[in-house]
Design a protein around this ligand. Structure first.
Ligand SMILES: Nc1ncnc2c1ncn2[C@@H]1O[C@H](COP(=O)(O)OP(=O)(O)OP(=O)(O)O)[C@@H](O)[C@H]1O
Length: 258
C-alpha cells in the first residue's frame, strides 16, 4: 500500500485557553478528495491551516510523506474564500507571484487556459467577476504544481450557478493533475458533489466519516447523493430528517478502496 500523504495523530489546538481541536486523527491518502464540514467555528479552517503548516498544533503530530512536519508544508498550496488577489497587479502578474522568471510565460499561459481565463491575462482584478477572481486564485495555487491542494471555503462568496461551474472545474483539475485535495465547506451538497470522503468535525473531533462512492460528474438527484447529504445534515443538526437515520445510510455504503 502507498504511503499516505498526510497523517494527523491526536492533533490538539487551543487559542487563549479555548480548545478548538481536541483530538483529530486523520489519514489522507494520495489522490483522495476530502471535504471537511461542520458548524461555523468548529475548527475547519484551523485544521486546514495546521495541514498547510501555517499554524502549529499544541500537541499531536502531523506527518507529511512519512516525515513529521515542522514549519511550512511545501507540498501544499492553499486557496482562500476571498482569493487574496493583489489589486495592483494584473491577472498575469498575480499568477506569476513567487515564480522564477525563466519559463514563466509558457507556464502561466497554460494554467490560465486550464482555468478558462486565457483571454484575461491583462485584466485587473477589479474588472473580473467573483467567479473569475476565484479562477485566478486557483491558477495561482496550481502554477506551483502542488501535490496537495487545500481549499478553504473557496466558493463561499459565489452565486449558485458559478459555484456549479467551479465544481466542474475543480473536479476536472483534481482528476487531470492527480492531486490530493482537501476542501473546507459549509455546503454539504458541495462536499458530496466533490469529495470521495466527507468528514464532519464537532466539538473538536471527527464525529462522522462518510465515503462517497459515486462516479464523477455527480448527479445531485441520484438517490445515494441525496441520502448521503441527508445523513450528514442529520448528524450536524442532531436529529433525523426525512426519516433517514445516519446508521441506515452508512450501512448501505460499500467499503472504501483506499
Ligand atoms: N488566530 C486565532 N486566534 C484566536 N482564535 C482563533 C484564531 N483562529 C481561529 N480562532 C478561533 O477558533 C475557532 C475556530 O475557528 P475556525 O476559523 O477554524 O472555524 P471554522 O469551522 O473554519 O469556522 P467558519 O466555518 O465560520 O469559517 C473560532 O472560535 C475562532 O474564533
Amino acid at each position: 500500500m502507498k504511503q499516505p500523504i498526510l497523517e494527523l495523530s491526536t492533533i490538539r489546538k487551543e487559542f487563549d485557553g479555548n480548545e478548538v481541536l481536541k483530538s483529530i486523527d486523520l489519514q489522507v491518502n494520495r489522490g483522495e478528495f476530502i471535504a471537511v464540514v461542520g458548524k461555523s467555528g468548529c475548527g475547519k479552517s484551523t485544521l486546514l491551516r495546521i495541514m498547510a503548516g501555517l499554524e502549529a498544533p499544541n500537541s499531536g503530530t502531523l506527518v507529511v510523506n512519512g516525515k513529521e512536519l515542522k514549519g511550512r508544508n511545501d507540498l501544499a498550496k492553499i486557496m482562500f474564500q476571498d482569493g487574496r488577489l493583489l489589486p495592483w497587479k494584473k491577472v498575469y502578474d498575480n499568477v506569476a507571484l513567487g515564480l522564477k522568471k525563466e519559463a514563466q510565460k509558457e507556464q502561466i499561459d497554460k494554467v490560465l487556459t486550464q482555468v478558462g481565463l486565457a483571454d484575461r491575462a491583462s485584466s485587473w482584478p477589479t474588472e473580473l467577476s467573483g467567479g473569475q477572481k476565484q479562477r485566478v486564485a486557483l491558477a495561482r495555487a496550481l502554477i506551483h504544481e502542488p501535490e496537495l491542494l487545500l481549499l478553504d471555503e473557496p466558493l463561499g462568496a459565489l452565486d449558485a450557478l458559478t459555484r456549479l461551474e467551479m465544481h466542474e472545474l475543480i473536479e476536472e483539475l483534481w482528476s487531470e493533475k492527480q492531486l490530493t485535495a482537501i476542501l473546507v465547506t459549509h455546503d454539504v451538497e458541495e462536499a458530496v458533489a466533490l469529495a470521495n470522503r466527507v468528514i464532519l468535525i464537532e466539538e473538536g473531533k471527527i464525529v462522522l466519516e462518510v465515503p462517497v462512492r459515486l462516479p464523477y460528474p455527480r448527479h445531485r438527484d441520484h438517490p445515494l447523493f441525496t441520502k448521503l447529504v441527508s445523513q450528514i445534515l442529520n448528524k450536524i443538526m442532531g436529529h433525523k430528517r426525512r426519516g433517514i437515520s445516519t446508521e441506515s445510510a452508512s450501512a448501505s455504503l460499500p467499503a472504501m478502496e483506499w
